[in-house]
Design a protein around this ligand. Structure first.
Ligand code: FPP
Length: 256
């Protein structure tokens, strides 16, 4: 018998929640095509899944949620689809901002959003300013984001600091490097969810996901709902994270 949302709510250990969940929201196009609808219809429907996921993460008390909305490679898509996604983003931000703010969510953008259309920049900056002081969940939208691009930017910024005499080469370490990334100050993702059956990272948070647990589902993003998210979290909690060390039981054997 399959478990329901209520079952998962009881099963999930609230003391062992992932602090940071990252999501690759894939399959909008396929979802629409299966319904003989344009791909853009899938993106619109995907926006509703995103709303549910944000709500659920907030309800559970997840500290940080990061979603991949538009990659540096997505510019290769047909112009109409790119425009639609940009407009959808403005619509999403304008529609949701009050509720995000009410829930104490702090919105952040990972990626170079300043090269987006003017309308998108305006909507984003309004939302960033409005939620900047909020203390609740950090909600990162990766937009015009690419992990290699992010790493190169970080390397350049550190090199510049060395050139200006503000940093010593010996002080470049995991901590200073992490601080130069878009995710500065945030914990690394504990759990990565990717929908639609693809099992790759697609240039998403490459540095940050060194020890992340990956969870894949064949469900297409517009069909992803609260129950699926809870299932992912519960299954994540069943895993034994070792970070390169030993299992708990193995450590005990070793000390015996
Ligand atoms: C991948 O599906 C999805 C995207 C490239 C865009 C994600 C956007 C949303 C979920 C819309 C709502 C988000 C915001 C922030 C407004 P795909 O088009 O690659 O699907 P396919 O692999 O089936 O073609």
């Amino acid at each position: 018998m399959s478990r329901t949302t209520t079952d998962y709510m009881q099963l999930i250990n609230k003391d062992k929640l992932p602090q940071h969940i990252a999501i690759i929201m894939d399959g909008n196009g396929r979802w629409a095509q299966k319904r003989f609808m344009p791909r853009t219809f899938g993106h619109r429907s995907g926006m509703n899944s995103l709303k549910q996921v944000v709500e659920t993460c907030c309800e559970l008390g997840i500290a940080c949620l990061t979603v991949y909305a538009f990659s540096t490679e997505n510019w290769k898509r047909p112009r109409d689809e790119v425009n639609y996604l940009m407009n959808l983003l403005v619509e999403y931000v304008n529609k949701e901002i009050e509720e995000l703010h009410r829930n104490g969510i702090r919105l952040q953008i990972l990626g170079d959003y300043r090269s987006l259309p003017e309308r998108s920049i305006k909507a984003i900056e309004m939302a960033l300013a409005k939620t900047a002081a909020n203390q609740g969940m950090v909600f990162n939208i990766a937009l015009n984001y690419g992990a290699r691009d992010e790493i190169i930017r970080a390397a350049r910024s550190l090199a510049r600091q060395v050139e200006e005499g503000k940093l010593r080469v010996e002080d470049i370490n995991e901590e200073t490097f992490s601080r130069a990334l878009y995710t500065s100050g945030l914990p690394d993702p504990d759990l990565l969810i990717r929908t639609a059956g693809e099992m790759r990272l697609s240039n998403f948070l490459l540095w940050q996901m060194a020890y992340t647990e990956f969870w894949f589902t064949s469900i297409l993003w517009p069909d992803f709902d609260k129950e699926e998210l809870l299932r992912a979290i519960w299954e994540y909690q069943q895993r034994d994270r070792r970070f390169g060390g030993l299992k708990k039981s193995e450590q005990e054997d070793h000390h015996a």
